[in-house]
Write a protein that binds this ligand. Structure first.
Ligand code: GLU
Length: 495
């Protein structure tokens, strides 16, 4: 029986900056496909552009992948380690007659291109060196003339045809492909060659990458062919655009398209993977929430759309700092995952904000988990725990000016009532939700005022917020002693 070939995919980022949304999406699709098929996922760092590559970028990319939970089976390999192999492949192509040395100088080529432009002729290389005799080549080499190596494209009709898994059949006539350079005159292989040689060595079966790779694919297929290697299958993914139809890019959108931005701004890694997977991929029922297992199960290359994906970058929106759909998916996970799964991410935010207390993990752990559970029902991102939720974890919390004005200063009486409430709440023997409620409602009745005035005032004083979960639950979470203390201190707002 014929065994199905194991799927081998790769994610080969160029380390010229942080991992961005587009790169992460490519990594995720490759990873999902490998997971789904029991295949292998190779991480390769395409660092041959020495000027633009940096160690810092490599570390940043690895960190972002790890944060997303994208694991690789092999690598990271550094492409530059294999330059000798790339050059050897070019040598092999020279020997087999699939490539040739080109001695045309840059000036020659510029001049010819200029002429062609004037005559409206094709701008392709004219093949001057394509048919040099061995003697002519030897003479030029003996004279020390530098040369590039060009791939010899078949002439006299024909075309490259391949079936892209997403875009379908694609045909490119040989006559529209020039004898392109695969090794520069300084001996450096071109990226297009290195990429193909690495894919051959790594036995890549499926190249899943951004649509910008589509234009290079016919040339790469010709390299495979010339090297006598079977071409992998290709699946190109549509572009990611913003709502103004501009391509998402580091240059235009800056940090807002960096994966680390979402980590810092309180996204849960799986929620973000779930969101990114929906950029240009869907199931027939347009489902939006997938656990890891469900996503792997549901994923197929067939579900990748040709239509461009839209990422709603929002720079100055006061309500959402990013695509509302990304926020809504994160909100779903933040509110519904077992609280223990949220805990490490909340911890991380508290640490970063300098309000972490090691007791939250030891003697106060039960309280910590209950408090997260109580307040998360209104939150969207984990940073909300240190902004909106700061008063639960620290005594140093700001009072929202709106809460101060509307819920405290508007009711002069609170200046007198707060200390009384503080005493009464502190006097309660077992501080429970019911007891806290009893004390506050009794006091409102005694004063002949609406309980809401006390409730809103206490909330503003104790949490700094206008809104929040039920106040009596809030008081238990903040704890008896601290509630009393904060109410006493709130008197100073009237000074
Ligand atoms: N290094 C290329 C990039 O970052 C990858 C191209 C490919 O997947 O073949 O765009």
């Amino acid at each position: 029986m014929l065994m199905a070939q194991q799927v081998i995919v790769r994610f080969p980022p160029s380390p010229t900056g942080y991992l961005h949304i587009g790169g992460a999406r490519t990594a995720i699709f490759n990873w999902l496909f490998a997971q789904k098929t029991g295949g292998k996922f190779i991480l390769r760092i395409e660092d041959t552009d020495v000027e633009r590559s940096s160690e810092e970028s490599i570390l940043g990319i690895l960190e972002s992948l790890k944060w997303l939970g994208i694991t690789w089976d092999e690598g990271p390999y550094s492409q530059s380690r294999f330059i000798k192999e790339h050059v050897a492949a070019a040598q092999k192509l020279l020997e087999s007659g699939h490539a040739y040395k080109c001695f045309c100088t840059k000036e020659d080529l510029d001049r010819k291109r200029e002429e062609a432009r004037k005559n409206k002729a094709p701008l392709q290389y004219d093949g001057t060196c394509r048919n040099l005799t061995p003697e002519e080549i030897a003479k030029k080499e003996a004279a020390g003339m530098p040369y590039t190596i060009r791939l010899k494209i078949p002439r006299g009709g024909g075309s490259v045809i391949f079936e892209d898994i997403v875009y379908g059949f694609i045909e490119k006539k040989y006559e529209d492909i020039e004898d392109f350079v695969i090794v520069r005159s300084n001996g450096q292989p071109l990226y297009i060659l290195s990429n193909a040689v690495d894919d051959i060595r790594d036995r890549i079966t499926h190249v899943i990458r951004g649509q910008d790779g589509l234009a290079n694919t016919p040339k790469q297929i010709l390299i495979y062919k010339a090297l006598g290697a079977p071409a992998p299958k290709f699946a190109h993914m549509s572009l990611t655009l913003d709502t103004k139809k501009a391509k998402i890019s580091k240059r235009t959108h800056g940090e807002l398209v960096a994966v680390h931005f979402y980590k810092e701004h309180g996204f849960l890694p799986w929620a973000f993977v779930n969101y990114l997977a929906l950029l240009g991929w869907s199931t027939s029922d347009s489902r939006e929430i997938f656990s890891r297992e469900e996503l792997i199960e549901a994923f197929s290359l067939k579900g990748i759309s040709r239509a461009n994906a839209i990422f709603d970058v929002r720079k100055d929106d006061p309500k959402f700092f990013t695509d509302p759909k990304a926020i809504s998916i994160n909100t779903h996970y933040l509110r519904n995952l077992p609280v223990e799964e949220i805990e490490p991410y909340v911890t991380e935010q508290l640490e970063k904000a300098g309000i972490w207390d090691p007791e939250f993990q030891s003697i106060k752990r039960d309280w910590f988990l209950r408090t997260i559970d109580l307040i998360r029902s209104r939150y969207h991102v984990t940073t909300d725990f240190v902004t909106l939720g700061r008063a639960y974890f620290s005594d140093d919390y700001p009072i929202d000016p709106k809460a101060l004005k509307k819920n405290i200063l508007k009711h002069e009486g609170l200046k007198e009532w707060f200390p009384i409430l503080a005493d009464r709440l502190q006097a309660v023997e077992t501080f429970t939700v019911d007891e806290a409620e009893r004390v506050i409602r009794e006091m409102a009745e005694e004063l002949g005022i609406k309980a809401g005035i006390l409730i809103n005032g206490i909330r503003a004083a104790v949490t700094g917020q206008v809104k929040g979960p039920g106040l009596f639950d809030v008081l238990i979470a903040v704890r008896q002693g601290r509630v009393a203390e904060r109410l006493r201190k709130a008197v100073t707002f009237f000074n």
